[in-house]
Design a protein around this ligand. Structure first.
Ligand SMILES: [Zn+2]
Length: 453
């Protein structure tokens, strides 16, 4: 009864969508549709039945790394693990977690011996704050990512034949990219355009009458604020997809009010693709059919219902398998079910990256999520960032504008002292602009301290 409503139009399903996916191969479009049909059913299975699906895939992956991947051959030999010892998904615990540093140090050993027979693609995450991480993924993971993404967006009633505005790319797409997007009614606009250009684009968007809008949380918030400031208050967008950054409650509320729509937040990362999407009850369901997502503590043990590090196994990537990969984000997985009836696990909260916490003088942590709500009324400061290099001091970087006053600065300093400790030393660094990360994300807090939660 739920079959095929993502690409419900036969014309789109049989002709337009396969053409759209030609970029990835002649059969890519059909493969995506086939997987959608599969996961369309499996989302309604019980948690135990979904675990059984994961177990089947995990067992196959472990058998593969045992035969082909030197890094895991060493681990399995040293720990005395045989593929037949994996008797349930919980037995993934026999494996250690995999950090970015592990990947850099063992790059060649992580590559599968049968790589020449696999269809692969190479990618990397850049970043203004860290070293880039290079990795290889099976082409098959793209098909899975795309299918999981279309299913997740369909929970917000998105369909590929509905008009969608995409504000994720920093620049205009190529002509070919534009045409390709238009096939499925995607309209691209540059994410970081200046105010007056945003007004121009939003007037065009008003005429397009889109069903949905996709963008990064802070940038969508900026765009909505510009619309309010320029009294462009009659643009209605039923669905707003926010991604790639923490979405704060006040941002969600403001976006919903400004565009008279409903916000759906989704979560993913470059290294593994789409991870979790909000259902109609606004719970973020994990794409369990393609990923095993655990939350682990600093010892690598599973943590349920409490804060820990995202630890992800991509069940379809055989060329450079990541087993229990820590992507640097923190969050909580809830041990409960959702009213929507889907058996997919729920990410209860995302608290940002592990470096996104400040350590207080008495040894506690303040997440970056805390600051935007406290500082949102600042008129004289365009951007800010808090950097912690040691436990006793922080650097506050600010970009001032013409409304700046010392009173505001004192207010910020007081908030920081109240929450980190009265005797914290605060260095103030006034700068022209604060660089965004490679994907256009804003980092509000950067900590260089080790962390032990
Ligand atoms: Zn749900």
């Amino acid at each position: 009864m739920h079959q095929n409503h993502y690409i419900r139009n036969i014309f789109y399903k049989n002709i337009v969508y396969p053409i759209y996916q030609l970029k990835y191969g002649v059969f890519a479009g059909n493969e995506v549709i086939q997987i959608i049909n599969e996961i369309d059913n499996s989302q309604w299975l019980s948690q135990d039945d979904i675990k059984a699906l994961q177990y089947k895939k995990l067992k196959k992956l472990i058998a593969h790394v045992f035969r082909n991947v030197p890094y895991y051959q060493d681990i399995m030999k040293n720990r005395g693990i045989k593929p037949e010892d994996i008797k349930s998904i919980e037995d993934i615990n026999y494996f250690p977690v995999l950090t970015k540093a592990n990947i850099r140090d063992n790059w060649t050993k992580l590559i599968s011996a049968d790589i020449q027979n696999r269809k692969i693609f190479k990618a990397s995450t850049g970043g203004t704050t860290g070293e880039p991480l290079k990795y290889i993924r099976d082409w098959q993971t793209l098909v899975w990512t795309e299918a999981a993404s279309l299913r997740g967006m369909s929970w917000a009633k998105y369909r590929i034949d509905k008009r969608n505005i995409d504000f994720r790319s920093p620049d205009w797409p190529s002509m070919l990219g534009k045409i390709r997007g238009r096939l499925i009614n995607n309209y691209y606009f540059p994410a970081f355009a200046k105010e007056l250009q945003i007004i121009k684009y939003m007037n065009q968007i008003k005429n397009i009458k889109p069903f949905s809008l996709i963008g990064y949380a802070s940038n969508l918030y900026r765009i909505a604020t510009i619309c309010l400031n320029y009294e462009l208050n009659d643009i209605q967008i039923p669905v707003i997809f926010s991604t790639a950054e923490m979405l704060y409650d006040f941002q969600r509320m403001f976006l919903e009010k400004q565009f008279s729509g409903i916000v759906f937040d989704y979560y993913g990362c470059n290294e593994v693709g789409s991870i979790a999407y909000e259902c109609e009850y606004h719970n973020k369901h994990i794409c369990d059919e393609r990923l095993m997502v655990e939350i682990t503590d600093s010892l690598g043990n599973q943590a349920i219902n409490r804060l820990g590090e995202m630890t992800i196994t991509d069940l379809d990537n055989y060329s450079m398998p990541f087993i229990r990969y820590k992507n640097g984000d923190t969050g909580v997985i809830a041990a409960r079910t959702c009213k929507c009836g889907r058996g997919l696990k729920i990410i209860q909260s995302l608290e940002g990256r592990t470096q996104d916490f400040l350590q207080t003088l008495d040894g506690n942590y303040v997440p970056a999520i805390f600051f935007p709500a406290r500082f949102r009324n600042l008129r004289g400061i365009d951007q800010y960032q808090i950097i912690q290099n040691d436990i006793n001091s922080i650097t506050l970087r600010i970009v001032k504008n013409q409304y700046f006053s010392n009173r505001e600065l004192i207010e910020i300093l007081n908030v920081l002292k109240e929450n980190i400790g009265q005797s914290i030393r605060i260095n103030i660094d006034e700068c022209g602009h604060i660089p965004l990360t490679d994907r256009g994300k804003t980092r509000l807090v950067i900590s260089h301290l080790p962390r032990d939660f």
